[in-house]
Design a protein. Structure first.
Length: 268
């Protein structure tokens, strides 16, 4: 039992060393649930969470308009309670045989202790999914923290790079990349300030979508190795510049005019 756990942990940390919190952005079930709830809450309030200070722009990267509508609060609440209950039952199946739990649940024969566990867990998860969500990802998830530490230790690891030579074009997008980030980070900053980046590529996709409307390539892309040093070393008294090939306009111009959804491993 111990050896498989070590191998899995080594695989996750090793992947994070090279690619960052890839598990968080692409495989984590909590992240998936949280993003689903965020979308409902954005529909209801114009904000992905109740802690957001300001309503996000109604205009989306693809130029569509989403205006807040209070009618979405009901499906938001239903979604939160549904996933909370589902997770509570799932947690109980880690402690007791799944067949017993599901049989008792569907036949209405849950024991007193089983009912108490599911009820309390559902209540606590409802609080977490309502108020915490990505705060948990940032400050409480041990898996995420260890991935971030491994990623930060590798200055040449894959990271979001910003083509600062075209920085004046950013005024056209209404901070689409910042608004798209589920962790509420600023992708155009230095690596230290992106400690909790989940490698989800939503910022890159948003930037590429907006830029394509102006027949230009995106200003954000995945960079690594020597190109990543510009993001990793900046802020430590060093002012490295991107090697010329990191944002080769001749190669990226072909992508202008179409929406690009970048894959974090292939950068395609």
């Amino acid at each position: 039992v111990f050896l498989p756990l070590v191998l899995v942990a080594g695989l996750v940390i090793g992947t994070a060393w090279k690619y960052g919190r890839l598990y968080c952005g692409w495989l984590c079930p909590h992240f998936s649930v949280v993003e689903t709830i965020n979308k409902f809450m954005f529909r209801a309030s114009g904000k992905p969470s109740i802690w957001e200070k300001h309503i996000l722009p109604a205009k989306q990267p693809d130029a569509s308009i989403i205006t807040p509508n209070k009618k979405y609060w009901l499906p938001t609440g239903v979604t939160i309670v549904f996933f909370s209950f589902l997770w509570a039952v799932t947690f109980l199946t880690y402690l007791l045989p799944p067949f017993e739990i599901y049989h008792n649940l569907f036949s209405g024969e849950l024991t007193r202790n089983q009912g108490i566990f599911i009820g309390v867990a559902t209540f606590l998860l409802t609080i977490e999914f309502t108020f915490a969500r990505h705060f948990f990802c940032k400050f409480a998830c041990a898996v995420g923290v260890f991935q971030s530490l491994s990623w930060m230790a590798n200055k040449r690891a894959m990271v979001v790079g910003f083509n600062d030579k075209r920085a004046d074009e950013c005024h056209q997008c209404n901070n689409a990349c910042d608004n798209a980030c589920p962790m509420r980070l600023h992708p155009r900053t230095i690596k230290r300030k992106m400690f909790t980046c989940t490698t989800c590529a939503q910022c890159i996709s948003a930037c590429s979508t907006v830029s394509a409307q102006h027949n230009k390539p995106g200003l954000l892309k995945w960079v690594q190795d020597d190109c990543a040093l510009h993001i990793s070393d900046r802020g430590f008294g060093k002012f490295p510049k991107f090697p010329v090939h990191c944002f080769d306009e001749a190669n990226t111009q072909a992508n202008a005019g179409r929406v690009v959804h970048n894959d974090p491993l292939t950068n395609e």
